[in-house]
Design a protein. Sequence first.
Length: 133
Amino acid sequence: ASDQSVWPLTTAQLLVIATNLPVLTSELDLSRGLLSELVSAGCINTEQMRLVERCAWRTERNRKLIDFISRRSQRHLQHFVDCLRRTQQHRLAKFVTKIGGKLLLCCNKHCLLFTVLSAVTHAFFSFQSKKLK
């Protein structure tokens, strides 16, 4: 099996999705045939499509879809990106693979950016806790 079919998504991929979740949930456009594309690509099944469609609010529908995609394989994530591009949502496709417009640098499933963010976060909280003492 290729790296694209690895389950589950890497920590780095989940970090990108979590970081960009506000943009993805507010801007995904399902009216462009995205759900049908995703079913055809095998990213979601028809029951999952129905569950997404039953949600009352756009952001709720988008959040449910992102939740389903986040639980799939790396191959499915790539198909999701391809479906976004086919439905003319190129900008959002970038938000599934990048953080804040900066390409995520990954090597052998370890993410350099995640490491840097973790170090910065740790340093910040260490500084804050010393400041509170």
